[in-house]
Ligand binder design. Sequence first.
Ligand code: ARG
Length: 490
Amino acid sequence: MKAKVKKTAHKRRVYSILTAFRAMSKNTHKKPRAAATWSGRFAEPVTERVQRYTASVSFDQRLAEHDIRGSLAHARMLAACAVISRRDLAAIEAGMRTILAEVRSGKFKWSLANEDVHLNIERRLTALAGDAGKRLHTARSRNDQVATDVRLWLRDAIDALVAQLGALQMSLLDLAERHSGTVMPGFTHLQVAQPVTFGHHLMAYFEMFARDRERLADCRKRVNRLPLGAAALAGTSYPIDRDMVAKALGFDGVCANSLDAVSDRDFAIEFCACAALVMTHISRLSEELVLWMSPRYGFIRLPDRFCTGSSIMPQKKNPDVPELARGKTGRVAGHLMALLMLMKAQPLAYNKDNQEDKEPLFDSVDTLADTLAIFTDMVAGIEVDADAMRAAALEGHATATDLADYLVKKGLPFRDAHEAVARAVRAADARGCDLAALGLAVLRQFSPLVGADVFKVLTLEGSLASRDHAGGTAPKRVRAAVKRARNGLK
Ligand code: ARG
């Protein structure tokens, strides 16, 4: 009986899957509404499903303004080179002004039938400007057009991200300056290692983000080359002036090979590598914020506007923002992998595969822009519990290395000093106190070289102050590093 009931339920499920599948495949054969721009040589239109599958307009419409900029530069060059007339150029310019206004106001009607941003805009231009609109695509292909659009768009995105990184660095600097003398335990293996200042710790992140900015600025040089003129793949037979277009669009020069210009996306891959590194640095900071906020550490508090509560545990305040940023790091690193795999083994020149470059690229930029904006604000709002940091620094014999160095300066070889201090640490652990609390008489049992001046080096402040060299954690060095960094940012 039971078996029978199960069997009917199973049959019903299979049936409903089949019905859904039949409906889907019926849909596959539906004809789309309008004919495509390039449909002249085709005996039948693509099915609606294929149309949706091959179209990119749903995501590449955000390239619209850059597409228009590229088209205007191209049209002006065509007119200057007498490939189109001045009248055609004027009609194209007027049409593009209207289209730009429509795009900006959200009134532009994007259509799936026109496949992508380029054909949508060209169709609208032709509706507005007639034959002049149809002449815009002379000496050009969507292949060099899309590569140009993406490069223009990415260049703007990089400039914005570099500025945002600078703002985050400024937040870090302000906090580091306030805490140039705030002692905390420095960790290796997440075990208390040696005392450092919180300012010094924050400046480590400043340095990471400084390198990220350098990397992005360097990547920008390779982004900033003009593909237009490569046309579909082999160049064009019209008398064009690529340098004129490059100059008009602010490119540093033209892509030197037409096949490479339309097909490679290494500039986008490189950007995603830079973005993945930024997020990797963010994820390290996030992890530390999560740890420091945990009551087990209690080093910092994050403002409530960056935390959320639990729906079941009323006492909870969770560091959602750093946790999410840590999670989104995986997503951005994934985009890098996606683009690498997209380019892998693609034969020259353009292949439709490349249409898949946009979503990972856009999402990397969006994720970074949001994360950097939020972190700039959040870092500025960090409240520090200096007493908790100090108490933690006192707990793990953080000044043991200082004691060993003290003995070395009195003539003991370092390995012997290490051994003597290790035994002193064991004695302190057995008594449940720190090294300084052992007292002079006990410390001398481990080495007769210990004198009354030992307590200076055993204090946290003594340890910090002694690391007085470029890159060291002495508060005075941290203040100098902050000052230098601030001047560099200006
Ligand atoms: N939407 C296309 C892309 O993003 C534009 C280039 C299409 N070129 C072509 N030959 N189908 O790559």
